[in-house]
Design a protein around this ligand. Structure first.
Ligand code: SAH
Ligand code: SF4
Length: 453
């Protein structure tokens, strides 16, 4: 979501004459868009700011001042404190106020000109009106695949998580607004949409007539738009998987058979302490229902090891769940204590060395499953959406329905095209294949062929 937010910040600053640059050393403004989810991400912000301060000082001496802004969830969480700790920062803004960036930049320039050294601009409100009502049209030059934020914030309050405090309460964007942004993206050549939200499947229509519309129906509507060939969504929560969403997996060919469905732990006791709102049996049941609807569905996941009180047996239960489900890909993290969250104050915090051990064991198992999945794709035929030119002349790189990078030699197809590709070999991070025909707009037929074969 930070990638999406950064793109939108660039779009809103474009009319002021700003364009993304490559090197902070000669930028007129640097915006750090920050993540607060784990301590490590948060800590990076201040070390990065330390480096930027030197650049800013040098630039001031040279008479070409630089503006430093800090956006995102660390800025939201620290607020005033950030301006105290790093007084050379000009602007501190949260994830829900970046539509006001032009005004903040103007204020920062005024402050710099009229009262050098004055305290920076702070805007970490949760405004009543949505930033989405104020952002300009999308300008996705040359992108084949794009993010589209449809839902933000969270009301679930898992005991380890800062998101409800930094991104704010759960809200969805109106259906018409989402469809309009999708149309703009498709008109610019985008063929694949990844719908984003902290709990993207908690999505619901906003206007009176749309209240009953959830993610499943939204996906159907998006799939009907001209140019939209592929749809993905992330991150979904097991509690918000409803029948309409499962039906979309069954019926909407453009919806890719690949789902990120985090479970965090395979122990009922830990799931309860995390306040996840479901147990292992419920998770397995959801997976079974999804797979019944879409037998070629592949799953990816998030895990936390070393949550306070996690015993060896709890951790073994997580490994059991991984073996039972089989994941194509996963992100796994050591529990990171976040200030202000209930879990931070829980007894029986797990020592770092045990977290390290558990993470290594879990990742070895997940890696094994991922490699086995990749190897199993050799000999299969997929629709591949080409995203960019490869390193070698005459080579294109695209994505399989499972988001694997696929390298293909072709002069016939171009970036943005979909072709049927037979997979010949598998490397650790990519597949290689050859073209066997033009792709269907929707890869559903291929899956059916494979299943009946
Ligand atoms: N809403 C999504 C997750 C959003 S946060 C969900 O509930 O599934 C993204 C991931 O970061 C989480 O799935 C979790 O695995 C990880 N994460 C969040 N807080 C964490 C913490 N305090 N320590 C370690 N990992 C954390
Ligand atoms: Fe955080 Fe996800 Fe839990 Fe919300 S549902 S509190 S975003 S982990």
């Amino acid at each position: 979501m930070n990638v999406y937010d950064s793109e939108r910040m660039a779009e809103i600053l474009a009319p002021l004459g700003y364009a993304p640059g490559d090197d902070p050393e000669d930028a007129d403004m640097v915006i750090l868009n920050t993540c607060h989810i784990r301590e490590k991400a948060s800590d990076k912000v201040y070390s990065e700011l330390g480096r930027l301060r030197k650049t800013k000082d040098r630039r001031a001496e040279e008479g070409s001042p630089m503006v430093i802004a800090v956006a995102g969830c660390v800025a939201q969480a620290e607020g005033e404190e950030m301006l105290r700790r790093a007084p050379y920062v000009d602007i501190v803004l949260g994830p829900q106020t970046y539509h006001r960036l032009p005004e903040m930049v103007a204020r920062a320039h005024r402050a710099g000109a009229e009262a050098p050294g004055q305290r920076g601009v702070l805007d970490t409100e949760f405004p009543a009106d949505s930033k989405f009502d104020h952002l300009p049209e999308r300008q996705q030059a040359n992108a084949v695949s794009a993010f589209l934020s449809i839902q933000e914030g969270c009301d679930k309050f898992c005991t380890f998580c800062v998101v409800p405090y930094t991104r704010g309460a759960e809200f969805s964007r109106p259906v018409a607004q989402v469809l309009e942004e999708a149309r703009q993206l498709a008109a610019g050549g985008v063929r694949e949409l990844t719908l984003l939200g902290q709990n993207v499947n908690a999505y619901h229509g906003v206007d009176e007539a749309d209240r009953e519309i959830g993610l499943g129906v939204l996906v159907e509507r998006l799939a009907a738009l001209d140019g939209v060939a592929r749809i993905r969504y992330t991150t979904s929560h097991p509690r918000d998987v409803d029948d309409a969403l499962i039906a979309a997996h069954e019926n909407v060919g453009a919806l890719m058979p690949f789902l990120h469905l985090p479970v965090q732990s395979g122990s009922d006791r830990i799931l309860e302490a995390m306040n996840r709102g479901h147990d292992v049996a419920q998770y397995l049941d959801i997976v079974a229902r999804l797979r019944a609807a879409r037998p070629d569905l592949a799953l990816s996941c998030d895990f936390i090891v070393g949550f306070p009180g996690e015993s060896d047996a709890d951790f073994e239960a997580t490994l059991d769940l991984v073996r039972a489900v089989g994941f194509t890909m996963a992100y796994s993290f050591k529990y990171s204590s976040r200030p202000g969250t209930p879990a931070a104050g829980m007894p029986r915090q797990v020592p770092e060395n045990i977290k390290d051990e558990r993470l290594a064991r879990l990742q070895a198992l997940l890696e094994e499953q991922q490699q086995a999945f990749n190897a199993d794709t050799v000999g299969r035929t997929f629709d591949v959406l080409f995203e960019r030119a490869g390193r070698h002349p005459g080579q294109l790189v695209g994505r399989s329905p499972y988001n694997q990078a696929v390298h293909v030699a072709t002069t016939e197809y171009q970036v943005g095209d979909i072709a049927k590709v037979a997979i010949d070999s598998c490397k650790p991070h990519s597949l290689e294949g050859h073209i066997v025909g033009s792709g269907s707009a929707h890869p559903r037929e291929e899956s059916e062929e494979r299943l009946s074969a």
